[in-house]
Design a protein around this ligand. Structure first.
Ligand SMILES: CC(=O)SCCNC(=O)CCNC(=O)[C@H](O)C(C)(C)COP(=O)(O)OP(=O)(O)OC[C@H]1O[C@@H](n2cnc3c(N)ncnc32)[C@H](O)[C@@H]1OP(=O)(O)O
Ligand SMILES: O=C([O-])CC(=O)C(=O)O
Length: 374
């Protein structure tokens, strides 16, 4: 029998390395990036400033930011070979698979030859992910080959512009900015840990990001925002939400968008995105999804002391902006690529290959029986 305290299901509570990028659930400050509180950043920064912080190690001054923004703008174009690959991916494909293939194909076309080039590849990935998903989406769903080299000022506006064929309004651009900041980094979560394990073999940055996308795709991690949308969209009103959730809890089903591996009482990102979801609800005149979501939050706390994580109110917020549900998790990638790649660099800077041990629970040693006797 393996010692439970040592093996720790899901490695919960075990320190698996060090980071100077982020604290999660530290008392007093729910979530910080390089010492800056998430609430402060969401109110006072642009996503690109956060992205710069993670790649360069400090918040940019105005001229550094201007230079960075114009660099990102120039990196939005897709190589012809990548467009051809994206055009061959069917409409029915999972958009996270499109992101994974996009990152991997880019690794073939623009390979990281030396770790000194890391920041150039990181900037490219930050700039190009919205182009990858929108190019595929518009081609596969509407038969259009879109221009991805827009002159929008931000990553969020670039994405919404390509998706909706028009420049986003100020509210939508603001919500995208906040959302991208909230999702940017979260310490040793599953996808980031995947990226770090890959980085620890001294692999290239596209492999680290491609692996991380695969880990983020699952419904227990990034995929929860889509699952939350699928849940609330079928709820007619708050009473229906109450009945549905009570039934699900009775049947011991998981409610996506609730609970967390580290936070115990609340996820600081929820308060922020919930406020924006409320604003968007007022903006579109919604009187169903937002009240339904609020009732879900009340029921889960009352019944199980489970709280909304970052994903739950993101579902209604994205929906109110007209974003198709299947594109929710790819937005997470557009943001989290900044955290993943910062961790890759941090791992490389002080590396030892990540290789834990397993407690063996299989059969005792035994001879291989002849095939005729099996
Ligand atoms: C941005 C993000 O990635 S945030 C996470 C997004 N994922 C989700 O929203 C998926 C739904 N939530 C979950 O599956 C879990 O809460 C996780 C994966 C986030 C964390 O998992 P764990 O650390 O194992 O959860 P934890 O140890 O706190 O679970 C305690 C108990 O609450 C239950 N529980 C936890 N979350 C939920 C939920 N969303 N719905 C119902 N029950 C839940 C667990 O089944 C467990 O019950 P048990 O002791 O009877 O087995
Ligand atoms: O930290 C985690 O386990 C999951 C999470 O909230 C994130 O990655 O944003």
């Amino acid at each position: 029998m393996v010692d439970k305290a040592l093996s720790g299901a899901g490695l919960r509570g075990q320190v698996a390395g060090e980071t100077s990028l982020c604290t999660v659930g530290k008392s007093g400050t729910g979530l910080t990036y390089c010492g800056y509180d998430i609430t402060d950043l969401a109110e006072n920064a642009k996503f690109e400033e956060v992205s710069y912080l993670f790649s360069r190690g400090h918040l940019p001054n105005q001229s550094e930011l201007n230079e960075y923004l114009s660099k990102l703008k120039k990196l939005r174009g897709l190589p012809q070979a990548l467009k051809e690959v994206l055009e061959r991916i069917p409409k029915e494909a999972h958009p996270m698979d499109v992101m994974r293939t996009g990152a991997s194909m880019l690794g073939n076309l623009e390979t990281e030859e030396s770790f000194d080039e890391a920041n150039d590849h990181i900037d490219r990935l930050v700039a190009v992910f919205p182009s990858i998903i929108c190019y595929w989406y518009k081609f596969s769903h509407e038969g259009k080959r879109i221009e991805t080299e827009t002159d929008d000022a931000s990553v969020g506006a670039h994405f919404l512009h390509m998706l909706t064929d028009k420049k986003p309004n100020e509210l939508h651009e603001q919500v995208m900015n906040v959302s991208l900041i909230l999702y940017a980094e979260h310490e040793f979560n599953a996808s980031t840990f995947t990226a770090r394990v890959c980085a620890s073999t001294l692999s290239d940055i596209h492999s680290c990001v491609t692996g991380a996308i695969g880990s983020l795709r699952g419904p227990l991690h990034g995929g929860a925002n889509e699952a939350a949308m699928e849940l609330i969209e079928n709820m007619k009103d708050p009473e229906d939400a109450e009945t549905t959730l009570m039934g699900m809890l009775e049947r011991k089903e998981k409610i996506m968008g609730f609970g967390h591996a580290i936070y115990r009482e609340s996820d600081p990102r929820n308060t922020i995105i919930k406020k924006w979801s409320e604003k968007l609800a007022a903006d579109v005149g919604d009187n169903r999804l937002y009240p339904v979501s609020v009732r879900c939050e009340e029921v889960m706390w009352r019944e199980k002391k489970l709280f909304c994580n970052a994903d739950f109110f993101h579902a209604s917020a994205y929906h109110f902006m007209g974003i198709p549900t299947k594109l929710f998790t790819p937005i997470f990638v557009m943001s989290r690529v900044t955290g993943w790649t910062a961790h890759v660099k941090e791992q490389r800077a002080n590396n030892r290959i990540i290789r834990p041990s397993a407690g063996y629970i299989g059969p005792e040693s035994r001879p291989v029986p002849p095939i005729s006797e099996r």
